[in-house]
Design a protein around this ligand. Structure first.
Ligand SMILES: [Zn+2]
Length: 384
């Protein structure tokens, strides 16, 4: 199978690590951040923009793509890579998160989740087996196990039942991949998802079983859903300590620079989030000194780039004043230029973290980045 993970460096002072994932579509250097291409596009960006930013892996959404244009259409056009013109690696989610969070009607049974499409209200039924077949049909490099998400806070019994069902569904997904392989398909890697919310004992109980299953990697699920950074990071630390060294660890839904760096320090290898690009389209970007609100009147005649320390095409070519003008005038180019910077900023952060881990200087890198990042945040906010 064309998937492998090699751990290359371990930081001496923290649990941070640097590695290399190989898929049929190339290498993914870890720690890695995956921009989110929800419906087969990272909004406003073309594949070349992502390559230029150093992106080697994208996330695609099974739920969205299976409803529109549909997996048969994507498969008929050569799979998701060819359909969207992306030659790097792709990880797809299982659709579980979206069917629980985006649909107005959804019903969980032992067999799967029944839901109505947010597009036209049509009825669908997603099961662990279907989630595998759809991801295989899209031609993903890394598929995710179909899990049951619980909205927190929830009674302990609800969390326990969801963990048990997630484990049964995890097994069914693995079995379906075996069936696909029997049909000459199913070459994708498959990651299991650890659940249990913020209940440390439930997460440990979940992984005691999940960890024994032949997954190619493990994800930390059910976190960054409103529990707060301190508790979220505590769960990350516990999960990573339990996860095996030789397989990649993926923290789902994390994209704030501070969270990304703190998760890396605790042993996370991969992350994804719509936050950097969604914020950018709304006119807020992260820069090395914190958060910058582009529409801020203080930038009306500011000739400096968004971030003087950033080497992205937006920061090389355009001023804050121009970007502010574009946003105030509702020009689409504003969203695009801000998105270019946002993707560069977060990918540059994980790339520099990786270099620091390899050089044995991660602790210093982390504290310098955080000091600098917090230096101006309140100032920018105060001025807006
Ligand atoms: Zn930039």
């Amino acid at each position: 199978m064309p998937f492998s993970f090699h751990l290359e460096h371990r930081d001496g002072g923290t649990a941070a690590r640097a590695g290399r994932i190989t898929t049929a579509h190339g290498e993914v250097l870890t720690p890695a951040f995956m921009p989110v291409g929800t419906v087969g596009s990272v909004k406003t960006l073309a594949p070349d923009d992502l390559v230029e930013a150093g992106c080697d892996v994208l996330l695609g959404n099974t739920y969205h793509l299976s409803l529109r244009p549909g997996v048969e259409t994507v498969a008929a056009l050569g799979g998701l890579h060819r359909f969207m013109g992306w030659s790097g690696s792709i990880l797809t989610d299982s659709g579980g998160f979206q069917v629980m969070s985006l649909t107005e009607f959804n019903k969980v049974t032992e067999d799967g989740v029944e839901f109505r499409s947010h597009l036209d209200g049509s009825k669908h039924f997603l099961t662990p087996e279907k989630a595998m077949r759809i991801q295989d049909g899209l031609g993903t490099d890394i598929a995710m196990s179909f899990d049951q998400l619980v909205e927190l806070p929830a009674p302990a019994e609800t969390v326990r039942d969801a963990v048990d069902r997630t484990l049964r569904w995890a097994r069914r997904g693995l079995e379906e991949r075996e069936r696909l392989r029997g049909e000459g398909r199913g070459t994708m890697a498959l990651f299991g998802i650890n659940q249990g919310g913020t209940d440390a004992a439930e997460r440990a109980r979940c992984f005691a079983e999940l960890g024994g299953m032949p997954f190619d990697g493990f994800a930390l699920g059910g976190l960054w859903v409103g529990e707060g950074r301190r508790l979220g990071l505590e769960m990350v630390e516990r999960d990573c300590a339990a996860f095996p060294e030789d397989r990649p660890r993926y923290l789902m839904g994390v994209g704030h620079p501070v969270d990304v760096l703190e998760a890396v320090a605790r042993g996370v290898d991969m992350m994804d989030c719509v936050l950097p690009t969604r914020n950018a389209r709304r006119g807020t970007v992260f820069v090395s000194t914190g958060r910058l609100v582009i529409r801020n009147a203080a930038y009306a005649r500011d000739a400096r780039p968004l971030d003087p320390e950033c080497g992205c095409p937006t920061c090389r070519g355009f001023s804050r004043a121009y970007l502010r003008h574009l946003f105030v005038s509702n020009e689409l180019l504003g969203m695009r230029l801000a998105s270019v910077h946002a993707v560069h900023q977060i990918l540059s952060l994980v790339r520099r973290a990786r270099a620091a881990i390899a050089a044995g200087t991660f602790a210093a890198f982390r504290s310098e980045f955080l000091d600098r990042f917090h230096s101006n945040e309140t100032l920018v906010r105060a001025a807006s």
